[in-house]
Design a protein around this ligand. Structure first.
Ligand SMILES: [Zn+2]
Length: 227
């Protein structure tokens, strides 16, 4: 019935003011609604308000892949991630989710990083798939130090890996920074459990999808935590 539907959670998209961003090596141009993207991304907000910018000049993102960018745009407009994993595509989808997280982080868009993070944690939590050493290496190669994505990689490796991986020596393939962080977290958990209040099984079996909702989220000081 007209007039009885609840108000939309998302602000209305305003097409009166658009900006152009050129993406990929081919500089594919996209015209996007300014208000929608500057509300969400501090990168676009800063780029579009720069005093060096001449009016209507395009923003260049030539080192960003077109498919990554289009997936990011879908997240901002629709507030959902359009990457769905099936048992056959799990590894590829997780790699794409990592790439999307890194792009959202570069766009200085914590809302989208949190959306992608929830998808990553849920995709692994709902399947029998164990994050591969390729995925953990990808995270360490692309995410910055201190990123929640790196924290997730450490927790996956420490809490969710099999005791005996298939090839027997996963550490041969892992970056040294990850091994250092793994050792540090292992020691922290072990020291925190010195009185043996919890069995080792419980200390090292805390799955990422069972942790508090905001455990791997980014929340700038002025934004509220998730309910
Ligand atoms: Zn949160």
């Amino acid at each position: 019935m007209a007039g009885t539907s609840p108000p939309s959670k998302r602000p209305r998209i305003e097409f009166a003011d658009l900006f152009v961003v050129n993406v990929g090596e081919a500089s594919k141009p996209y015209r996007l609604p300014t208000k929608t993207f500057t509300m969400r991304s501090n990168f676009f907000k800063a780029a579009l308000s720069s005093k060096w910018r001449t009016e209507d000049s395009a923003i260049d993102l030539k080192d960003v892949q077109i498919d990554h960018f289009e997936t990011y745009v879908h997240c901002v407009i629709c507030d959902e991630v359009d990457l769905i994993a099936t048992p056959d595509t799990e590894a590829k989808t997780l790699a794409k989710l990592v790439d999307l997280y890194v792009l959202s982080d570069r766009m200085l868009d914590p809302e989208t990083t949190n959306l992608v993070m929830d998808n990553l944690v849920r995709t692994v939590g709902e399947s029998d798939y164990l994050p591969s050493d390729d995925l953990l290496s990808r995270i360490y190669r692309l995410a910055t130090s201190g990123s929640p994505l790196r924290k997730l990689a450490v927790d996956w490796a420490l809490h969710e890996w099999n005791e005996q991986p298939n090839d027997g020596k996963p550490e041969d393939n892992l970056p040294s920074e990850l091994l250092t962080d793994l050792f540090r977290e292992f020691r922290r958990l072990k020291n925190g459990n010195q009185n043996g209040k919890r069995t080792v099984d419980k200390v090292f079996a805390l799955r990422a999808d069972k942790r508090q909702k905001c455990c791997y989220h980014q929340h700038p000081e002025d934004s509220p935590k998730c309910k």
